[in-house]
Design a protein around this ligand. Structure first.
Ligand SMILES: [Ca+2]
Length: 107
């Protein structure tokens, strides 16, 4: 009886370890605290021309700042002049992913 229970327990543990290994291998966490520049991130924008300054885009920037960091000493400040009610600014980076990926972003 004890041998059967031991075998069942060993099989259950093996299934649990293999299952945990498979699930863990499918998850990847990437975080960036911007303590050393922008890390792997690059800045980009799609902004309109400023009608008050023809030929120039509306004022915008994404820069490192020491104001209100979530962690460490630095964070990013996103600014865009919204008076024209248009424009988008962002940071982007490449991530290694499988054929199908579920991405969760938090900030
Ligand atoms: Ca930081």
């Amino acid at each position: 009886m004890y041998v059967v229970l031991a075998v069942v327990a060993a099989i259950a543990i093996a299934i649990g370890v293999i299952g945990a290994w498979i699930l863990r291998s499918n998850f990847m966490t990437y975080s960036e605290s911007f303590e050393n520049g922008f890390g792997k991130w690059i800045v980009d924008a799609d902004v309109p021309e400023d009608p008050n300054n023809p030929g120039q885009p509306v004022e915008w920037h994404i820069s490192r700042t020491s104001n209100v960091p979530h962690s460490g000493q630095n964070s990013l400040e996103f600014f865009i002049d919204g008076q024209q009610d248009d424009g988008t600014i962002w940071i982007e980076t490449r991530i290694e992913a499988g054929k199908r990926s579920h991405v969760k972003v938090s900030f």
